[in-house]
Design a protein around this ligand. Structure first.
Ligand SMILES: *Cc1c(COP(=O)(O)O)cnc(C)c1O
Length: 347
């Protein structure tokens, strides 16, 4: 299939024709030198953020590229994964014509973005054990199916998907497979990043919002072939990742010890909470988690949600999601927060 894949066939005509906006900082890039910048109508008085940020976020991409074993030209950064996902929609999906496939129960933003971009969202339920229904997914594909969204580890179910099944989908589906790895750092399983060169139709998204503890700065990461990234770059707003975010993100990704340490503590919290939940009388089932949260089936989700709320603890009631009747999703907190949760659960 590698020989037949042609990314140009998937790109919208208007995007193909588009000439990207060329910002002052795109035209002249040598920031590091002692230059006088009179090109961008900025206020010249230094305050740390008076200059436009690097539109290509080169320092940050270089570090990520080294850490992840890809090239900088295989990375696109956005204002959270949400912007990255929206860019993917706008690059490949023609409104009122193309469609995408999502696999509920899953992350709600894919559906929202399909709606805002006026793209048909074809939903194929996961199997009852929250795995991929490969046959149904493939039979739902038609000539206008551009994207397949696979969230692995999946939110809200917490599980990683079977790699062989994902491989089948990557090989058989001729559109783009977007693997959302927002929670990959909490899993023992390998990222699909390692396999980008094998699958020209693979896009992997990650984020600093979860394991890296930086939800507030909004930084989403998209990894794909150089061909895909250069097309996405054409429609990316020039200064989509602000200066403060670039600086904070760079400091954080370089601090690998702290990030690792926090992930370990969250994983300890996850296994501790899993054990405790098993002994709670109203908990009927705990689903295996590869993420920083635990999905549990309870006797009456609304009742238990409100009981926890009354004790000052906010969890997520996922009961309205298909296959998730009477489920609550518990994010792993600090040791102190987890203790409070346990106390409240034990009433
Ligand atoms: C939290 C989450 C994200 C993160 O989105 P950001 O916009 O980067 O904060 C992405 N995908 C999934 C499935 C998530 O749960």
């Amino acid at each position: 299939m590698t020989t037949t894949f042609d990314i140009d066939k998937l790109v919208r005509e208007n995007v193909k024709k588009l000439k990207p906006y060329s910002s002052a900082r795109d035209e002249f890039k040598d920031f590091d030198k002692e230059m006088v910048f009179l090109d961008a109508n900025e206020n010249p008085f230094e305050n740390g953020v008076n200059r436009y940020p690097d539109p290509q976020q080169r320092s940050l991409k270089e570090v990520l590229a080294t850490q992840k074993g890809v090239s900088s030209s295989q990375i696109l950064l956005g204002n959270g994964s949400d912007e990255v996902l929206d860019l993917i929609f706008r690059t490949f999906c023609k409104p009122q014509k193309d469609n995408i496939i999502t696999l509920p129960p899953t992350y709600g933003m894919y559906k929202v973005l399909a709606g805002t971009n006026d793209i048909e969202n074809r939903e194929v339920l996961l199997t009852t054990d929250f795995q991929l229904d490969v046959d149904t997914i493939l039979s739902t594909v038609d000539v206008n199916t551009k994207l397949l969204f696979i969230c692995s580890p999946n939110n809200p179910t917490g599980n990683i998907f079977n790699a062989k099944k994902m491989e089948t989908l990557l090989q058989s589906f001729k559109g783009l497979v977007v693997v959302d790895e927002a929670y990959i750092d909490f899993s023992d399983n390998e990222s699909w990043l390692q396999r980008l060169s094998e699958f020209p139709n693979l896009i992997v998204t990650q984020t600093l919002s979860k394991a890296y503890g930086m939800a507030g700065i909004r930084l989403g990461i998209c990894y794909a072939s150089e061909a895909i990234i250069s097309i996405l770059n054409k429609i990316k707003p020039p200064y989509n990742v602000n200066q403060l975010t670039q600086e904070k993100a760079l400091t954080r990704v370089l601090d690998t010890d702290s990030v690792k340490n926090e992930i370990e503590r969250i994983l300890e919290g996850r296994s501790m909470l899993t054990k405790v939940l098993k002994d709670i009388s109203f908990v009927e089932k705990i689903y295996r988690s590869d993420a920083n949260f635990i999905l549990a089936k309870v006797d009456d989700a609304n009742k238990r949600y409100n009981e926890l709320l009354a004790q000052g603890i906010v969890v997520r009631n996922r009961s309205t999601q298909p296959l998730c009747e009477n489920t609550l999703r518990f994010t792993v907190g600090t040791p102190t927060e987890n203790k409070r949760l346990i106390k409240a659960l034990k009433g």
